[in-house]
Design a protein around this ligand. Structure first.
Ligand code: NAD
Length: 477
């Protein structure tokens, strides 16, 4: 399928006609999309048009903006199963995982539709009969740059609140998942978002780099790797709002008192859901030495029962990795783990299906906290088991990386749970839950290298400070 940019109200190829292909990660001889490889001219046209025409949308009554978002949600929900199949072919997750995403995304849009009507300001007391109040206005042109691992859900969490607040938006989705992003934009346009309020620019880092530097962009919201996020941080001007959601090295703690059956299920879900490609995925299990062998045995049994294959094939529970680069990175880290002296405990690669970027969930034991596989984000199905002798040591290991996205503990002890929630240096803390999985109406974001500290993503009134600017108005009668 040949895709286009949506720029200045038209579906158009890249200005210089350049394209790139995206193939099905489970069958790499199948081209899923040919997308524009956009450059500076495409970005400039898209941003300039939105900057010039976004006013109509920002002056639309909040309840009308809300209606449009609800309509888009309805359109997406009506197509949820069809979109899920496309998503599997494009990104590689299993059909069950894709369905969860395509059904969740309309709920995000409905949530933001409600928020569109909840923007409020303040009034301030004065002593002289005058009136002082603050009002919220859209911030202007929002650039949204998104990764491939939730290619419908993450764009909806940026475009949804940006539009709800009355902004113009230029979306630059991942070049790995252009088709799914196009479906979101199609639904929004069909629902009534005016062409002046929304543009879609396909392509990779060149388009993204141009977008964040464009002088008419007022806010940048980015989700992706820490390295790209930090480079964006360096390149945007001081007058541009910035929200960066980046990588993680998330840990799940299992102490002696844990219910091991429950712990096993949470480890496997957190580590190997989405084939290990979730930002909040568990990449470290910090386990008390008293239960370490038993936990490993149980996790190993579950992992061996996973069925690797094309996510559209019935019974498959573990899809391919999304790109050739992902597979290469996975293999590189298997090498690093072994070099550092950790023990690889996984099933033979000979049993893998052919024709796609398939990998096996990999478990490493005997890992030290300073090892590369325990420090660097792999973003693949590699799980490190780290043994500890106490709660205090567990917390030290959990907090012993540069990331701070999500951390969890499995315990029935209320005091330990409360203590952990206070001791841990992560933006998301889970008790008796996988490190993955987030509530749409709660703030989300990490600490340290996982996020910018200025603004958190999504969640109730939290969206307003980023997507609106506050004006203080003084009246004297
Ligand atoms: P990536 O950083 O390679 O790409 C993300 C987006 O940035 C893509 O659209 C890409 O085209 C664009 N891009 C690349 N170079 C750019 C540049 N120089 N300037 C501007 N844009 C540029 O990440 P990815 O491989 O798509 O996704 C995986 C990463 O995303 C992992 O690190 C994962 O942890 C992270 N992630 C984080 C969250 C979160 O909420 N914290 C959620 C999902 C994924």
């Amino acid at each position: 399928m040949t895709l286009h940019n949506f720029v200045a109200g038209e579906w158009v190829p890249a200005f210089d006609g350049r394209t790139v292909e995206r193939v099905n990660p489970a069958r790499t001889d199948e081209v899923v999309a040919v997308l524009p490889d956009s450059g500076p001219a495409d970005v400039d046209r898209a941003v300039s048009f939105v900057a010039e025409h976004r006013e109509e949308w920002s002056r639309t009554a909040p309840e009308a903006r809300s209606d449009v978002l609800v309509r888009a949600a309805d359109l997406l929900m009506a197509r949820a199963d069809e979109l899920a199949v496309e998503l599997v072919r494009e990104e590689g997750k299993t059909l069950a995982e894709a369905r969860m995403e395509t059904r969740r995304t309309p709920q995000n849009l409905r949530y933001y539709a409600g928020e569109a009507q909840r923007s409020t300001g303040d009034t301030f007391p004065t002593g002289d009969g005058s009136l002082v109040l603050s009002v919220r206005e859209p911030v202007g042109v929002v650039a949204a740059i998104t990764p491939w691992n939730f290619p419908l859900n993450i764009p909806s969490r940026k475009v949804g609140p940006a539009l709800a607040a009355g902004n113009g938006v230029v979306l630059k989705p991942s070049e790995v998942t252009p088709l799914t992003a196009q479906r979101l934009v199609e639904a929004l346009l069909e629902a009534g978002v005016p062409a002046g309020a929304l543009a879609l620019v396909q392509g990779g880092g060149t388009a993204g780099g141009e977008l964040v530097k464009h002088a008419a962009v007022d806010a940048v919201t980015f989700t992706g790797s820490t390295s790209v996020g930090r480079s964006i941080h360096r390149s945007v001007g001081p007058d541009v709002r910035l929200q960066l959601e980046m990588g993680g090295k998330n840990a799940l703690v299992v102490l002696q008192d844990a219910d091991l059956e429950r712990a096993t299920a949470l480890v496997v879900k957190g580590a190997f859901g989405l084939s290990g490609q979730a930002c909040t995925g568990t990449s470290r299990v910090v386990v008390h030495e008293a239960v370490a062998d038993e936990l490993l045995r149980r996790v190993r049994d579950r992992v061996r029962a996973m069925v690797v294959g094309d996510g559209l094939t019935e019974g498959v529970t573990f899809g391919p990795l999304a790109t050739a680069g992902q597979l290469e990175k996975y293999r590189t880290y298997l090498g690093y783990g072994s070099e550092d002296g950790a023990v690889l405990d996984t099933v033979d690669e000979d049993e893998l299906p052919g024709g796609g970027w398939f990998a096996r969930p990999a478990l490493f034991t005997g890992v030290e906290s300073s090892d590369r596989i325990a420090q660097e984000e792999i973003f693949g199905p590699v799980l490190a088991f780290l043994r500890v002798g106490s709660y205090e040591q567990a917390v030290e290991v959990v907090n012993g990386t540069d990331f701070g996205l999500s951390a969890g503990i499995v315990t029935d002890d209320f005091r330990t749970a409360v203590r952990f929630s206070q001791d841990v240096d992560a933006g998301v803390v889970k008790v008796n839950q996988a490190t993955t999985g987030l509530a749409m109406n709660a703030p989300f974001g990490g600490f340290r290298l996982s996020s910018t500290q200025m603004y958190k993503e999504q969640g109730g009134p939290q969206m307003l400070p980023f997507y609106t600017r506050e004006k203080t108005v003084y009246f004297t009668p």
